[in-house]
Design a protein around this ligand. Sequence first.
Ligand SMILES: C[S@@+](CC[C@H](N)C(=O)[O-])C[C@H]1O[C@@H](n2cnc3c(N)ncnc32)[C@H](O)[C@@H]1O
Length: 223
Amino acid sequence: MGNKELFDVAAHTYNTPERAKVADAVAEAIRACVKGHSIDASSKTALDYGCGTGLVGLRLLGLFKEVLLMDASPNMVDQARTAIAAIQTSGAAHARVLCGDIMDASPVGLCVDYVVVVQVLLHERDTRGLVSRLRSVLRPGGHLMIVDFDKNERVSSQKVHPGFERGELTALVESEGFSLARLETCYSAKQLFMNQDATLFLLDAVKMSSMDKDDACRAEKPH
Ligand SMILES: C[S@@+](CC[C@H](N)C(=O)[O-])C[C@H]1O[C@@H](n2cnc3c(N)ncnc32)[C@H](O)[C@@H]1O
């Protein structure tokens, strides 16, 4: 899993009208969720992990002080970089890109207020490991926002998870030191996931403080 090579090959044809439509709905759901936090998000930093071409992260530029777009696929990151260069507004100054896999190494010194991770968990074999790594780059009180597919028994592949059962993922996230803030459906469509009708959920969880010495952000004050 990870599928970095597949995404490297697909990067230059990844953006389609259908994917843009999904990104519109997902970004809107994230915006609405962040507004519900009753904080000034314009002073907050966000990491769009597994950003792909930046379809979701770049739609969040006006919301946060800064959005870091990170992906393991160099070609996806190149597409995101090109998309940022094409932005005509001052929003481009609030975006940064980074190529890497947090499962190999966490970016040194990275501590953000929000992590959004959209349709990425399904590509990572070690779900718990990825949640744990993403937690380590969040400030205490920061939000992990997971958007992924509901479990679909008809999906059977060596390359991706068949989606996630909401209760099981919530339990996993809570056992990794988060508190569930919100869980809702954010998009449904026909033939959305491996040619199956599918639903995307948004899970919003808050990082509880920790004493874990491997947690580089544990002593970081919330902004
Ligand atoms: C289905 S695409 C989603 C892209 C984007 N989040 C969106 O919603 O348009 C999955 C992305 O996750 C990236 N990815 C998969 N596993 C990853 C990992 N372990 N670390 C970083 N990126 C990963 C892939 O390279 C790919 O760009």
